[in-house]
Every structure is written in C-alpha cells, then in structure tokens.
Write a protein that binds this ligand. Structure first.
Ligand code: DX5
Ligand code: ZN
Length: 240
C-alpha cells in the first residue's frame, strides 16, 4: 500500500498513552541510528526539537536536518518549533516530511493563521503553551488543531526540572471534550511525573533524558526499559 504523508497507520486518533522520545537527548552525530534504536525499543512517535537561538536561548537544527532524518522515522515525525517568527518556515518543515508541526502560541501575533497554514500544508497542527500561558488561550483554536502541547519546563533545554501543570492539563482536557485533539506534555517527564500528567488527561508524553538515559545505539536495551517503565506508570494512572 502506498502511504502518503499524514496517512501512516498510526495516525488514527486515540487517547491511549504514547511515548515520544525527544532526540534532543540523543547522539547528535548519529540521529538516524538513534531513531531506529528507540523505535525498535517501542517509541510511538519521534519528537524533534527545533530551536532558533531567538525564541529560546539554544540553537539545534532546521528543516534540512528534519529532511535527512525523515527516512529513519517509521512512526510519526513530531516537529516542535521553538522559533519566532514561524510562518515563513512552515513550508520547509512540511516539505521535510513532518507529520505534526507544533508552533508556540507565544511565538507571534497570528497563531490562528499559523494553525491554518500548517493544515493547508497537509500536516497535523499543534499549538504549544509555555508554563506561564494559561490553557484558556487555545479555546478558539480547538476545532482547528490536532494537538495541544503543554510545556512542563520553560522551553530551550533538555533535562530541566518538571513544573507541575496538572490543573492546566485537566482544564484543557475538559475544554477539549470529545474533539480529536491530543494533549502532549513536554519537559521533565519521567516515571515520577508521568502518572501525574496522565491522570490529568495527557496522552502523548515527550521524554528526552528519561528515555535515552543509560543506553546507546550499541546498547539500546535501556531505551526499551525506560519507555516501558514510563508507559506502564502512565497507563496505570491514565484519566480514561
Ligand atoms: C525542551 C524541549 C523538550 C526536551 C525535553 O525545550 O522541547 O522536548 O527535549 O527533554 P527532557 O525530557 O529531558 O525534559
Ligand atoms: Zn519539545
């Protein structure tokens, strides 16, 4: 069967717990093999953090790197844009093969247009909220997005301490109702914090350091153990 972008088998909507390793915590000299290793060890999505040194302090990489890693991603390529401005760059990430493109509410004045643009490019649209931004700002967007990303750290670096946003997640879950919109959590997710966010209503858990800790391409078994452990405690505590 020919699979077009956005058509892959895992794209049907459900609220089961999904683990999305962030390659920010992988070996930057070996992304292809790292992605294949975490997918073989049970990753559901691959989370790709794009940083511009302007919206956030650090710089990672751009659309060319996303295009280069795309053939290694057999699941879902989930691109998190921590860049401002964002609109002029969307085409490049869509051409690179992103399944989801997430932009920050705080990155510019026209989030509604940005979400429209992402969908017009044939990708799933995500809106991310910094810890200081309330859930209520997405109310007018919920019929035009596929994902809301609740940041549980201030974006810019991996390995930061988790900020408890359980009330915000629960508010968002109630606001979403029956709409097919994922709630993604990004920042400081591990076996201690995953149950809290799952109980509040999250379904996509991004984890960088907590997945890649202790393993490598040569020794990938710890990746699998880390993914299974996070998935287990999250699923046991999931809201529904
Ligand atoms: C933070 C990034 C996250 C980061 C998460 O700005 O958006 O995706 O990689 O890393 P951990 O899981 O280590 O907090
Ligand atoms: Zn991220």
């Amino acid at each position: 069967m020919l699979l077009l972008q956005g058509d892959s088998i895992a794209m049907t909507f459900d609220r089961s717990i999904k683990i999305a390793p962030s390659i920010l915590a992988a070996d930057f000299a070996n992304f292809g093999a790292e992605i294949e290793a975490v997918e073989a060890q049970g990753a559901d999505w691959i989370h790709v953090d794009v940083m511009d040194g302007h919206f956030v302090p650090a710089i990672t990489f751009g659309a060319q790197t996303c295009k280069a890693i795309r053939p290694h991603v057999k699941t879902i390529m989930d691109v998190h844009l921590m860049i401002s401005p964002v609109d002029a760059y969307l085409q490049g990430f869509a051409d690179a093969g992103a399944d989801f493109i997430t932009a920050h509410y705080e990155a510019g004045p026209h989030i509604h247009r940005t979400m429209q643009n992402i969908r017009d490019l044939g990708c799933k649209a995500g809106v991310a909220l910094n810890p200081g931004t309330p859930a209520s700002v997405v109310e007018e967007l919920l019929d035009m997005v596929d994902l809301v990303c609740v940041m549980t750290v201030n974006p810019g670096f991996g390995g930061q301490k988790f900020i408890d946003m359980s009330l915000k997640i629960a508010d968002l879950r109630a606001m979403i109702g029956e709409r097919p919109v994922h709630i993604q959590i990004d920042g400081g997710v591990d076996v201690t914090t995953a149950p809290l966010v799952a109980a509040a209503g999250a379904d996509v858990l991004v984890a960088g350091s907590a997945v890649f800790r202790g393993g490598s391409v040569a020794n990938p078994a710890p990746y699998g153990e880390n993914i299974r452990n996070i998935r287990k405690v999250a699923t046991e505590n999931a809201a529904e």
